[in-house]
Design a protein around this ligand. Sequence first.
Ligand SMILES: Nc1ncnc2c1ncn2[C@@H]1O[C@H](COP(=O)(O)OP(=O)(O)OP(=O)(O)O)[C@@H](O)[C@H]1O
Ligand SMILES: [Mg+2]
Length: 234
Amino acid sequence: MIKQTEYELRKISEGVFDRSTLMTLYDLSKKNLIRELKSIVATGKESNVYHGLLNREEIAVKIYLVETSDFKTMEKYLRGDRRFSSWKNHRHLIYNWAKKEFKNLSRLQSVVRCPKPIGVENNVLVMEFIGEDGIAAQRLKDSPPENPKRFFRKIKQYMKAMYKQGIIHGDLSEYNILNWGEPVIIDLSMGVLLDHPLAEELLRRDIRNVLNYFRKFGIEEDEEKVLDFVRKKC
Ligand SMILES: Nc1ncnc2c1ncn2[C@@H]1O[C@H](COP(=O)(O)OP(=O)(O)OP(=O)(O)O)[C@@H](O)[C@H]1O
Ligand SMILES: [Mg+2]
């Protein structure tokens, strides 16, 4: 069983990942958190996302790139976060970054539609795949909602629910919301706690991004009003 899994992983991963990432993938397969990597969904400067399988379940495997990531920005977000105290080097910083996304996804599971976290080890995060048969749901940027008002309302509720759970997304926009019939919030690695020094600034930026996107559909709402709505207790 393990041999077969290792073979399947090697088929896609050899020559693509560094040795340490390969070892992490093997480890995750031994813990039965990844069964097979099938295809690549997205490539970026900070991470690559793969479609994979875990038994019959489709999974998304996000691999944070140690070589090309923007360490300065990451440090800025990690420093004020009391969940993470220190890191020895750039590699260790990325491991914390992956763990941060895992923790944020776990904390938001019950209040927001976002991928279910399955496992995290070093720079590899395993989570629920949003999509079907290896085809990922599209980003809001590429797939405008059929009913923009409904989507906007839902996203506002999600911002409020995240705030109530003590988290600000920090990178919310049409790039990090998938359209799967309903909005699905992804890319929570930036997410900060409410007592983070950048919290207010990031919340305002999230609101502004969302308002800018929905303005195209004739939805006009005031930034301060949305901010009040998100922060209001009830
Ligand atoms: N759980 C998932 N299911 C399906 N597709 C996903 C999932 N997570 C991510 N994706 C796809 O991968 C792309 C990149 O993912 P994500 O936004 O999390 O990483 P990123 O933008 O590279 O992160 P960062 O902004 O930190 O560099 C998304 O736009 C989406 O298309
Ligand atoms: Mg993203």
